[in-house]
Design a protein around this ligand. Structure first.
Ligand SMILES: C[S@@+](CC[C@H](N)C(=O)[O-])C[C@H]1O[C@@H](n2cnc3c(N)ncnc32)[C@H](O)[C@@H]1O
Length: 398
């Protein structure tokens, strides 16, 4: 167990490298070059695209050589330093270039591999595509990426559960968010003009209050994550909240993103039950609308932050009062094999109050021993782009 725990936690370093690759390709503040993937119309393909990536790599290296207190550049510098590379020297800058090239090639090969894996099972009649998809990232680095999208999907699923009478008014008192994530590089658009942030715990509290599922003063939310970076971020936010500071969430929306009107509606009201619109002005890129929500300090202070590897560890509640009425786990179980998912479900089931719900966007393979079973699911559409959807599944003990 300890060995496996160490192995799983070691995957975080590769996830950090994946975030660095996304930042290199998409980031908007350290370079004036177009975004390597999103601006493909502007770039054109082949030769020019390779030039853009080379230019972005050089700009990122120059950025991390003197990060000037910029949090993301500082983080990339720390990732590079793990390889004993010092970008302040000419040799270090050359080593950084080779390191980034290797990372780009690794990530590229991995993405091709996922596509091939799906294709291979698809071509077999009655192939196990669903099983392969449900644990597609089982060997991938553990990334912390997150965005407003899964928050919206959970909000919609909670609204559906409420309208079907499956969740009762004021019935949620204890909530767990497994893997809240940390938005380092916004993968949809690459904007990084605001500090890294966490949204999911706040969004879940906001949705529960808006839908009348939780009472204002009777809700405790615990985050469970194995990433020290995620946990440190939340603890620092709590510390600042204890000193009277709200938590600022910045939500960019590209006007060309063709978002679904419901997602736009969610974006407009994000945090309205637990915070205020900020009057602080932010300089945002052209064509981008920004909403800023300042989450009230008492909400931030009320979060419990727990370091936990849900595959191998569990919180042992002292009684039913401590058990969770609702567990949210989006974009996390897909990083594990069917066996590890089963262990995670056993841990989740033990932390849950009888009748409590698990909401996830992973449709999991259920074994005879699996303690929780999918009851139903709700499809959420994010934008006009085909396939830009999610399915939120709710699990219960049958
Ligand atoms: C890709 S992010 C997803 C964030 C957010 N839930 C979302 O849907 O956007 C995955 C998160 O799960 C965490 N995580 C991965 N494996 C975990 C595990 N075994 N136990 C607890 N947290 C884990 C990561 O550190 C990260 O914060």
């Amino acid at each position: 167990m300890s060995r496996r725990n160490r192995e799983i936690r070691a995957r975080l370093e590769r996830g950090d490298e994946d975030s660095v690759v996304n930042f290199l390709l998409f980031g908007t503040t350290f370079t004036s070059l177009p975004r390597a993937l999103n601006d493909s119309a502007r770039i054109g393909g082949g030769q020019r695209a390779a030039e853009v990536v080379r230019g972005r790599t050089a700009d990122l290296i120059a950025g991390i050589a003197s990060p000037d207190g910029k949090e993301r550049l500082q983080f990339v510098r720390e990732v590079v330093a793990r390889r004993r590379i010092d970008p302040a020297t000419a040799t270090g800058r050359e080593q950084a270039r080779i390191y980034f090239d290797d990372l780009l090639a690794r990530v590229d090969a991995e993405i091709d591999g996922y596509a091939r894996e799906i294709q291979a099972v698809r071509s077999k009649p009655n192939g196990p595509e669903f099983a392969v998809r449900s644990s597609l990232y089982r060997a991938r680095g553990l990334s912390s990426d997150t965005s407003i999208r899964p928050d919206f999907a959970i909000d919609r699923a909670l609204a559906t559960l409420t309208s079907k009478g499956l969740m009762k008014a004021a019935s949620v008192r204890r909530v767990g968010v497994i893997g809240p994530g940390l938005d380092f590089t916004d993968k949809a658009d690459g904007y990084d003009f605001y500090p890294p942030q966490i949204t999911q715990p706040f969004s879940v509290i906001d949705s529960l209050r808006r839908l009348g599922l939780a009472r204002t003063n009777d809700l405790r939310l615990t985050t469970f994550d194995l990433s020290a970076r995620v946990n440190r971020h939340l603890q620092a936010a709590r510390g600042r909240a204890d000193a009277g500071e709200p938590y600022v969430v910045v939500l960019p929306r590209d006007r060309d993103g063709r978002w679904h009107p419901d997602l736009i509606g969610f974006w407009k009201t994000f945090g309205s039950r637990i915070g205020e619109n900020s009057t602080r002005s932010l300089s945002s890129p052209a064509g981008v609308d920004v909403r800023v929500a300042r989450i009230r300090q008492e909400v931030v202070s009320s979060l419990d932050v727990c370091d936990l590897n849900i595959v191998l560890e569990r919180l042992s509640p002292s009684g039913d009062e401590e058990r969770l009425d609702l567990i949210v786990a989006t974009n996390i179980l897909v990083y594990y094999s069917v066996f590890e998912q089963s262990l995670a479900l056993a841990n989740l089931a033990s932390m849950r109050r009888p009748g409590g719900l698990l909401l996830s966007n992973n449709m999991l393979v259920e074994l005879p021993t699996t303690p929780l079973h999918a009851v139903a699911d709700a499809r959420v559409i994010y934008s006009e782009h085909p396939d830009d959807t999610d399915d939120i599944v709710w699990y219960r003990r049958q």
